[in-house]
Ligand binder design. Structure first.
Ligand code: PRP
Length: 206
């Protein structure tokens, strides 16, 4: 039995479709259900739906053998897992954004609103720029709009949220897409099954 952790939401549903297309469908699965665990009657596969940021926790702790997580989460939390495959889904970027007319004043620490605090510290640390982190959990764009931060470090997909709030991208830090990850000991003990899944998924992602 392979236990798979999927991120709840649109990305998870796309990944589930991809997995069922290559033979890992689950007869208990239903998009509308509030159930969190689905098992296939074959006994070969079971799925858990978890918050996107928690997938790597379940995989690292071995509750799930494999899972799908954004590269943003891997970069931010650096979980002790193997990254097996870029699924080419959920493409977006981690960016520094600010008001359209923002000009950096390097004589004072830069106020950075973000939920990706380590990413921000690492990025600005690399530039030797002193910062003050304002940790937010969502609607990060409000930081510069309401004046509690100078910039944000956040995910940009279509750019609509920035545009509609008179903000723009100043720097692109890295590109993001969904990655298949594996628990390290599961990769050893369920090696054949996991490698089969990777091989089949690589065919459909190519
Ligand atoms: C993410 C991200 C941006 C938005 C970017 O937020 O934090 O706010 O999507 O997408 P866009 O470039 O297509 O506009 P999410 O919807 O996950 O909600 P959040 O504000 O709670 O983080």
């Amino acid at each position: 039995m392979i236990n798979i952790a999927l991120p709840k939401g649109r990305l998870g549903e796309k990944v589930y479709k991809m997995l069922s297309q290559v033979g890992y469908g689950c007869d208990e699965y239903s998009e509308d259900s509030r159930k969190l665990v689905f098992k296939d009657s074959s006994g070969e596969v079971s799925y858990f739906w978890v918050k996107p940021a928690d997938v790597s926790v379940y995989v690292e702790l071995g509750a799930a053998d494999i899972g799908v997580v954004g590269k943003d989460i891997l970069n931010e939390y650096d979980p002790d897992v193997y990254e097996l495959l870029d699924l080419g889904l959920g493409k977006c970027s981690m960016c520094v954004a600010a008001k359209n007319d923002w000009i950096d004043d390097i004589s004072v620490p830069l106020r950075v609103a973000t939920k990706f605090t380590r990413t921000a510290e690492k990025y600005f640390g690399g530039l030797g720029r002193e910062i003050e982190i304002i940790k937010l959990n969502g609607s990060i764009e409000l930081g510069p709009v309401l004046g509690i931060s100078d910039v944000i470090v956040d995910i940009v997909e279509t750019g609509t949220t920035l545009r509609e709030n008179n903000l723009r991208v100043f720097e692109r830090i890295y590109d993001i897409s969904a990655r298949l990850i594996s628990n390290k000991s599961a990769y050893k003990f369920k090696n054949e099954e996991i490698r089969n899944i990777v091989a089949k998924l690589s065919e459909v992602t190519r």
